[in-house]
Ligand binder design. Structure first.
Ligand code: UD1
Ligand code: CA
Length: 460
């Protein structure tokens, strides 16, 4: 089965029931918008094209979509604009011209069903390919049925049509087999059926869900695939459903991590994105949040109230309480915090230590370097075995530019030293408490005062 796969995602609606100024697919689960969850799953099918129908806040949705995928997948995105939201069928019809260029089959689903797994989509595709139907759709059972389209079958159990809840008779409304909104189509047959849609229904919309019955009327066949785990396919229509889905995805992630050997002290209060990887015997304390493409090694310990986003931690790292780490790399055997803030490409080599109330921005610290108290290190490159005294500041901003500070190996920066960048402190030098270093310090020198002056050569 090597038929090329194309995916089409409907994401043009505002999502009226969200009561939001923001398009529904931009609302987040964890640190990622719904559209990102959907696209990452779609990309796992290795499709030729990923069509996305956009309308409300099209530019923002397109940007979120591009950011969701690595470059080799993002180049498969094809955006289709639906100016007016006249229904899910109309949305697909907006893509007709683009679809005429695509080879193979088309998987269609909605941008508001973020928990679907690629294995489920593969099951749909496999059934579609073996049975050679014009359309194949997933069905689920929910009792009582939610406000979904009902699956209508004939006396022999053969699929006949989907009827939207609002168009149902009371007898039809009682049917518990419903449409979660996942379809696989033969593209030419879809294009023909789309032309037959009409908005003669309770919502005055062109329904994608009418496509199967038009195919049957044209003598084609339509198949269904029953999916047991109905809630995997939940659509999000309001904020309560958004929160419920977040919880579901979160617990799934925590269970996966615990299965892989991570200790989660209190799953109820731990928030970890599905994309996060954590090594064995790492312990996550209560009230921790870990987001984005974070990778954490073995035997680490993350203490309460810390928030980590896009971090890479080697083995045996400790993050103490109440730290914020963003875009940060710890090589291994590091300790950070409590109450530290590392951001914008902060990088610690092995065994470097950051203590309380220290901010590290866009700076690199070498092996065994320590900055333990009340310090700001910005745009700094710091060597190995350096000790940074309490209340040190790299004065990196002159009001116009951010300037670099270089501190070479084995330097000792005394408490309350101001490093007025751009500036370099040579290997083995020492600054006295309260020094204001405005000029480069040669190696092996003791500097004191304001502005700091060399008062002694240390090697002599
Ligand atoms: C849809 C299905 C319903 C199914 C349910 C499952 C139709 C007519 N109904 O109903 O059978 O049980 O999903 O969750 O398809 N959209 C557009 N353009 C439009 C209209 C919608 O892009 O003109 C997008 C929306 O942004 C949304 C998705 O399509 O992401 C689904 O639309 P929504 O209004 O939520 O459909 P439901 O009423 O939930
Ligand atoms: Ca919906």
């Amino acid at each position: 089965m090597n038929t090329p796969i194309n995916v089409l995602i409907l994401a043009a609606g505002l999502g009226t029931r969200m009561k939001s100024n923001q398009a529904k697919v931009l609302h987040k689960i964890g640190s990622r918008p719904l559209i990102a969850h959907i696209l990452r799953t779609a990309a796992e099918l290795n499709p030729e094209n990923i069509f996305v129908v956009v309308g409300h806040q099209a530019e923002k949705v397109e940007e979120a979509a591009r950011r969701a995928l690595p470059p080799d997948q993002a180049e498969k995105l094809r955006f289709v604009f639906q100016a007016e939201q006249r229904g899910t069928g109309h949305a697909v019809k907006c893509a007709s011209e683009a679809l005429k260029q695509a080879r193979g089959l088309l998987v269609v689903f909605y941008g508001d069903t973020p928990a679907v797994k690629s294995a489920t989509l593969r099951k749909l595709i496999a059934e579609h390919e073996t049975s050679k139907h014009a359309a194949t759709l997933i069905t689920i059972k929910l009792d009582p049925p939610p406000a979904y389209g009902r699956i209508i079958r004939d006396g022999a159990g053969k699929f006949q049509q989907i009827i939207e809840q609002r168009d149902c008779t009371p007898e039809q409304a009682a049917i518990t087999e419903v449409n979660p909104g996942f379809y696989c189509f033969d593209i030419p047959a879809l294009l023909v059926a789309l032309e037959k849609l009409s908005p003669q229904n309770a919502q005055g919309e062109y329904y994608l869900t009418d496509v199967p019955q038009h195919m049957l009327a044209a003598g084609l066949t339509v198949g269904t695939v029953y999916h047991e785990d109905a809630h995997e396919l939940d659509g999000i229509n309001n904020r309560a459903e958004l929160a419920a889905m977040w919880k579901r995805v979160r617990l799934e992630t925590l269970n996966r991590l615990m299965t892989e050997g991570v200790s989660i002290v209190d799953p109820d209060s731990t928030y970890i994105d599905a994309s996060v990887q954590i090594g064995r015997d790492t312990i996550i304390h209560p009230q921790v949040m870990i987001e984005g493409d974070s990778v954490i090694g073995d035997n680490c310990e993350i203490h309460s109230w810390s928030h980590l986003t896009n971090v890479t931690l080697g083995d045996e790292c400790t993050v103490l309480n109440s730290c914020v780490l963003m875009d940060t790399k710890l090589a291994g055997k590091n300790s950070v915090g409590p109450c530290a803030h590392l951001r914008m490409h902060a990088e610690l080599a092995e065994e470097a230590v950051i203590g309380n109330f220290v901010e590290v921005k866009k700076s690199k610290l070498g092996r065994k370097t320590k900055s333990m108290h009340l310090t700001y290190l910005g745009d700094a490159t710091i060597g190995e075995r350096v000790n940074i005294g309490a209340a040190t500041v790299t004065c990196n901003y002159d009001g116009k530019n951010k300037n670099p500070t270089f501190i070479e190996d084995d330097v000792k920066i005394g408490s309350d030293t101001m490093l007025v960048a751009p500036v370099r402190v040579g290997r083995g030098s020492v600054s006295g408490a309260g020094a204001v270093i405005t000029n480069d310090v040669p190696p092996d020198s003791l500097v004191v005062g304001m502005p700091a002056k060399v008062i002694k050569k240390l090697k002599e």
